[in-house]
Design a protein around this ligand. Structure first.
Ligand code: IPM
Ligand code: MG
Length: 354
């Protein structure tokens, strides 16, 4: 196949981890006879520095005309420490999600056998965890009306959802659940929030269309607790934008490292594949960041965007093997940590030889 991939490294460790994912993509392409065309696009703080816009029109056009987008990370401390900044890198990510209609963010949380001992959670609780969190990505409090009073002393963010927005994401979650163990957990805060009552009401209608599907409804505070107490009881979870953001960072602890989790953002235009972690500015340029979340995002790209399952599997196998051999970065290996690029090279070699 001829595959046109837009590459948006972004900020912080973004360029370093993307570099490793690109190597891996090229290795897989060579092995399975695909032709890859990478085109670079600016996004985030780097895009602000060069163009004044965190998601320039040119990058948007590039994404739209590509078969998939591989994305690194976004964020820069100079903005985090300046709450008054009008233009922020994160706006680039949000603009990309909105403009590409990426309403669903699929975040798989699976434990790797070789890592169960490294999870801060008890081994018997984390082994065999296989959760798929479906996070709504283009609505809710991230995108509702927001503002500040003239005197600066009060502020508001609006959580806003339409039935149609809830409908499409819950439907997608039902489809995933039907292909897995037919168990869906809808996470909300329906005891307090009107938006959550709309979610629950809508979900209750939709799930009726899926015979054999078992659905639980859970308040987000309870879900946060149970995710740590009994992660094995979850399968597919669906939730609104902000709850999904928080719960997936929490869930990443189960696997042993935030650096391991990939994601796919899918919707009405080109899909975007990105690790769930941020730009990790303290590690920028040090060649120490874990590239596996991005490499696994590339695996998701082969599977979801190109329907090339064998290619995806070959990446996943190589990653698993690198973990088994403890050929890993310092977040997972404190005694003899490997660098970002060494891990990437190891995976490339494994794919070439396998
Ligand atoms: C994520 C990130 C982003 C989000 C930030 C960087 C805006 O935390 O993708 O989970 O909150 O969605
Ligand atoms: Mg997040």
């Amino acid at each position: 196949m001829n595959l046109n991939i837009a590459v948006l490294p972004g900020d912080g460790i973004g360029p370093e981890i993307i570099e490793e994912a690109k190597k891996v993509v090229l290795a897989v392409a060579k092995k399975y006879n695909h032709h890859i065309n990478f085109t670079f696009g600016l996004v985030g703080a780097t895009a602000i520095d060069e163009t004044g816009n965190p998601f320039p029109e040119k990058t948007f056009e590039l994404c739209k005309s590509s078969d998939a987008v591989l994305f690194g990370a976004i964020g820069d401390p100079k903005y985090d420490n300046d709450p008054k900044a009008k233009i922020r890198p994160e706006q680039g990510l949000l603009a990309m999600r909105k403009k590409l209609g990426l309403y669903a963010n699929v975040r798989p949380v699976t434990t790797f056998k070789s890592l169960v001992g490294k999870s801060p959670i008890r081994q018997d609780l984390v082994q065999d965890v296989d959760i798929m969190v479906i996070r709504e990505l283009t609505g809710g409090i991230y995108f509702g009306e927001k503002g500040r009073s003239e005197d600066g002393n009060s502020a508001f963010d609006t959580n806003y959802y339409t039935r149609a927005e809830v409908d499409r994401i819950v439907r997608l979650a039902c489809e995933y659940a039907m292909k897995r163990s037919k168990k869906l957990t809808v996470v909300d805060k329906a005891n307090v929030l009107e938006t959550s009552r709309l979610w629950r009401e809508t979900a209750q209608e939709i799930v009726k269309e899926y015979p054999g599907l078992t659905t639980d409804y859970m308040f987000v505070d309870n879900a946060a607790m149970q995710l740590i107490q009994a992660p094995g009881k979850f399968d597919v979870m669906v939730t609104e934008n902000m709850f999904g953001d928080i719960l997936t960072d929490e869930a990443s602890v189960i696997t042993g490292s935030l650096g391991l989790l990939p994601s796919a953002s899918i919707g009405t235009s080109t899909s975007v594949f990105e690790p769930i972690h941020g730009s990790y500015p303290q590690a920028t340029g040090k060649n120490i960041a874990n590239p596996l979340g991005t490499i696994l995002s590339a695996a998701m790209m082969f599977e979801y965007a190109f329907n090339l399952k064998e290619e995806a599997k070959s990446i996943e196998l190589a990653v698993e093997k690198s973990l088994e051999d403890n050929f890993t970065t310092e977040d997972l290996n404190t005694t003899s940590p490997k660098s970002t690029s060494e891990v990437g090279d190891w995976i490339v070699e494994y794919i070439e030889e396998g």
